[in-house]
Design a protein around this ligand. Sequence first.
Ligand code: SAH
Length: 212
Amino acid sequence: MVELLHSCNTSASLMSEAALSDVLRGHVLDSLTLLPLIRRAGLHEGRMVDVGTGGGFPGLVLAIAEPSLRVLLVDATRKKTAYLERVREELGLEVGVLQARAEDAAREPALRESFDVAVCRALGPWPLVLELALPFCRTGGALFSQRGSDAPSEAAAHAGATALLGGRVVEVEQVGVQAGLENHHVTVVEKVESTPVRYPRKAGIPAKRPLI
Ligand code: SAH
């Protein structure tokens, strides 16, 4: 997977050259920090969606590390999904790849509220992540999102938006310290009730006018 990432990076604009040089720790290990939390929640045998997966982080790494997860990788950009389809083929993986905006995909009846787990990394500000990812989770499922040093304060600041979308923050855990990752957090949001049908709003609106 890392070899393919190197050879396809320029054409698919998967990540900066600087980031590419620290792929193993910065991306692969970072993606794996989600796994103990997903297992602890007892959701590791379920359906998982990675919203804004880019070059497959964290979803592709998790699909390889935990084959019992049934994983769908969603990204709006064709270049990214074309790369992921190639990786899937070359590694013989059983992962779904969907080129779509999350705002549209989350309205598909087959996808809405049908995942046990949603994961999200580097998609954008916290309220955007909540609005794009929570509609995919079934009640009783959870969102596991990789966040930076502001994770505790942003989770507290957006408790209103979280509740509006049917979620409740259950933990904000610092992760990856032993792997040398600094200020990496995972925010876990349990889906406690159904997301109102008006969310996510139309494509582009969640980023332009974030919920509070
Ligand atoms: N999760 C990856 C990529 C982060 S970059 C990583 O951590 O490396 C953000 C990615 O989200 C980009 O690939 C972009 O195409 C995608 N994206 C942004 N807005 C989106 C949306 N509304 N729906 C689906 N994908 C989106």
